[in-house]
Design a protein. Structure first.
Ligand code: UDP
Ligand code: MG
Length: 333
């Protein structure tokens, strides 16, 4: 416990401590990731803007264009040309939703950040409630979806299963139905910016892991205003595996358990073989050998595969390539 205390009053973290407290926030930043959302962008902007204006706070809307190949780029530039509070980051190519959110967190300039999707599945009507929470001194606002009309049954079951597995495997408790819709204070964002630069990551998990004053709000996930979902089942599967690997080393330990189990089984087989050899003469060893061989190799290959996955992660961390590349910016100095 002592170390925690000494961290919070030493060095860099001193600033975070001082910036905390129950002072109302002055400025809020809406971070919006955009990938081929030409059909909804203007609608989103028109719908979100009044909520921001009515709070009486200073605000910015930071659109992160994640390498869209439709007319999203032009639409965003047009919106930015007419509104100085709208900032735009254009990526050089598609880097993924999480990379877009990370870039938004990096470039946002406000006391509080709200990350949300552009497709209006995250209702802008939640913004005032979230700002109220920030004013009340909360650092992390997790938005919990109460219903997901758009996702099919399979996606919902898969999502439930995923959270169950990740919560069993890692010591981090990750809220079920936590979404990519969340609010974070500036000091929490600073920590994400400085210390959570992992290449294989799960931003939602990181956010819930920071500690600080956390709160949750419920929202009804709407249907996509227009356009198509960019997350295929395949993408989600890969994403889930990566998340488990980055949050837990339990799979590696499973290898040890499998090894020990195989050793115990092997020992039993050995005792049995010697016994039957001594009592009834030489047993028919062929079937036994085949079965054992297959079993042992199966265990071995699975373990090697798991180790390979972790080496893959180490490899990508080591290469240290950028999480995203910004090609152009609008209304950002
Ligand atoms: N998105 C992104 N990069 C991607 C895929 C999606 O920035 O590679 C954005 C997308 O424009 C949307 C949000 O992330 O604002 C969520 O994506 P989507 O609605 O397709 O996911 P779903 O809601 O179906 O899970
Ligand atoms: Mg969506």
């Amino acid at each position: 416990e002592n170390t925690d205390e000494s961290i919070s009053i030493s060095g860099d973290f001193k600033d975070f401590k001082e910036s905390s407290g129950n002072n109302p926030i002055e400025k809020v930043s809406l971070v919006v990731s955009v990938y081929n959302e030409e059909a909804v962008l203007v609608k989103f902007y028109k719908e979100a803007l009044p909520y921001l204006k009515n709070t009486g706070k200073k605000y910015e809307i930071l659109f992160v264009n994640d390498g869209s190949i439709d007319s999203s780029r032009q639409i965003l530039n047009d919106i930015a040309a007419g509104d100085k509070n709208v900032k735009v980051l254009h990526f050089s190519r598609n880097f993924g939703h999480e990379a877009a959110m990370i870039a938004g967190i990096d470039y946002a300039d406000a006391d509080a950040l709200i990350c949300m999707d552009a497709d209006l599945q995250h209702p802008p009507s939640c913004i005032p409630m979230m700002i109220e929470k920030f004013d009340g001194g909360y650092d992390i606002i997790s938005m919990i979806r109460t219903g997901n009309k758009s996702a099919g049954i399979i996606k919902n079951i898969a999502s439930n299963g995923f959270y169950t597995v990740i919560n069993i495997l890692s010591d981090t408790k990750i809220e079920k139905s936590a979404s990519d819709f969340f609010g974070i204070s500036k000091r929490a964002a600073e920590i994400l910016k400085k210390s959570y630069r992992e290449k294989v990551r799960f931003l939602r998990g990181f956010v819930q892991n920071l500690g600080f004053n956390k709160t949750t709000l419920k929202y009804e996930a709407g249907i996509r205003a227009a356009g198509k979902s960019k997350y295929s089942i395949k993408k989600l599967f890969k994403f889930s595996i990566n998340t488990i690997l980055c949050f837990s080393d339990l799979p590696l330990k499973l290898g040890i358990y499998a090894g020990i189990s195989a050793a115990v089984l092997g020992f039993i087989m050995m005792v049995y073989t010697i016994y039957s050899w001594a009592s009834v003469g030489t047993p028919n060893g062929y079937a036994t050998i085949i079965v054992l061989l297959c079993f042992m190799f199966a265990v071995l290959f699975v373990i090697v595969g798991i180790i390979g996955q972790y080496i893959g992660i180490i490899f990508s961390e080591l290469k240290d390539r950028p999480i995203y590349i910004v090609e152009d910016i609008k209304n950002i100095e």
